[in-house]
Design a binder for this molecule. Structure first.
Ligand SMILES: Cc1ncc(COP(=O)(O)O)c(C=O)c1O
Length: 379
């Protein structure tokens, strides 16, 4: 059975009809920019993220650039970022003229290391930092990192391109961020029918500045009080997102059900068996012995591929190891945990409305691979 890594075509009944009607309606009125759909979307997003202000924009990379500019990050300012994230987090810093410094991550949750964050703040006195909440979760030390940034006047931007809908301590993860962003790239948790992004904040001045920068620095229509650029979200994208939002909680429930089946049926013990038991920390997270896991990962990739199961390796390289980083990166703080994560991470299919047979097929192949790996290793 073929199981795709992600399938964006599993629409709810009537979804495509509603979308077609909306496209016809907006097109017949030539309502392509701004208007009711964008206003409704921004209101919906503010409610869902538990923020006072939500500003839509052209994509998630722009969202970070707009947020950094609104935070007054300028030429030569130092900005920290996790060494394990998507390249756009790095690009946003460089594109506003600032100087990036990578900080190592923690194996247990992939988030930025609190210890090295504190060290980087002490050593470099950065003006800002970006956190990336990858894979729908965040660092378990999120609040501590926020507090540390606050105490040291480090403006903290939270790149939430992958965590829309996630909760932290029972609240929307974006709620207590100074300023946060998301991406509506189609494969994101909340995806559009093209590119899109948004910025969330409770700070009125930041919200005002972001909106102004995203609209050519306009004070009035032809009066420009700053240099921004065009980063507007089209009305059709906003309409698609509004239709999607009506099904958003069903999609999250469906994802969570699949995740629960994976968790119940996949033998996570294998990771403990192929790593040194002493490396399992108090939270039950496993600091895996990386060479062992790398061998297992290669075997698993081979089996998944042979059995037509899609998988991902997100991300295969750290930021500091990217060729494009060398001309811009000021320094790296910490060790090579992010590198170990990049070398060992393997993402299984998980998307809304996966079927039972699909999930159990993935589980069967993973389990078979574990068994044969263990037999060969004679653990
Ligand atoms: C963590 C992270 N940050 C930023 C982005 C950039 O978003 P976009 O592709 O909408 O510019 C992405 C998208 O892949 C992402 O995953």
């Amino acid at each position: 059975m073929h199981v795709p890594f992600i399938d964006l075509k599993r629409f709810e009944p009537n979804f495509l009809e509603k979308w077609s009607e909306k496209v016809s309606f907006l097109s017949s009125r030539a309502s392509f920019m701004g208007g009711e759909e964008v206003e409704l979307l921004e209101q919906n997003l503010a409610n869902l993220t538990e923020n006072k202000y939500s500003i839509s924009c052209a994509n998630g990379t722009d969202a970070m650039q707009l947020a950094l500019r609104a935070l007054n990050i300028r030429n030569g300012d130092k900005v920290l970022l996790p060494n394990f994230t998507f390249w756009a987090t790095f690009e946003a810093i460089v594109n506003v003229g600032a100087v990036p410094i990578t900080v190592d991550c923690e194996m247990c949750d992939g988030g930025m290391s609190l210890k090295y964050f504190i060290e980087a703040v002490d050593r470099y006195k950065p003006k800002a930092a970006i956190l990336a909440h990858l894979f729908g979760w965040s660092s378990r030390n999120l609040q501590k990192i926020r507090n540390c940034a606050n105490r040291n006047n480090v403006a903290l931007l939270e790149d939430g391109a992958q965590c829309f809908g996630s909760k932290f301590n029972g609240e929307a993860i974006y709620k207590r961020a100074l300023i946060s962003t998301t991406s509506f790239y189609p494969s994101k948790v909340l995806g559009a029918a093209g590119d899109g992004g948004a910025i969330f904040t409770n700070d009125k001045d930041l919200a005002f500045k972001v909106r102004q920068l995203a609209n050519h620095g306009r004070g009035e229509h032809f009066a420009h009080v700053d240099v921004g650029w065009n980063s507007r979200l089209g009305s059709l994208q906003a309409a698609y997102l509004n239709i999607t939002l009506a099904h958003f909680s069903d999609r999250i429930i469906s994802r969570k059900k699949s995740l629960a089946i994976y968790k119940e049926n996949l033998n996570y013990e294998i990771i403990k068996q192929i790593s040194a038991p002493s490396q399992i920390d108090a939270n039950g997270y496993c600091n895996v012995s990386y060479i062992e896991q790398y061998n297992f990962k290669r075997k698993l990739e081979e089996e998944l591929f042979n059995n037509k199961i899609g998988f991902g390796n997100i991300y295969p390289a750290t930021i500091s190891n990217q060729k494009g980083a060398s001309n811009y990166l000021l320094s790296h703080v910490g060790g090579d945990e992010a590198h170990k994560i990049c070398s060992s991470v393997l993402n299984l299919p998980l998307f809304p409305y996966m079927t039972g047979p699909e999930i159990y097929w993935v589980i069967e192949i993973v389990e078979k691979t574990i068994q044969s790996y263990l037999e060969n290793k004679k653990i």
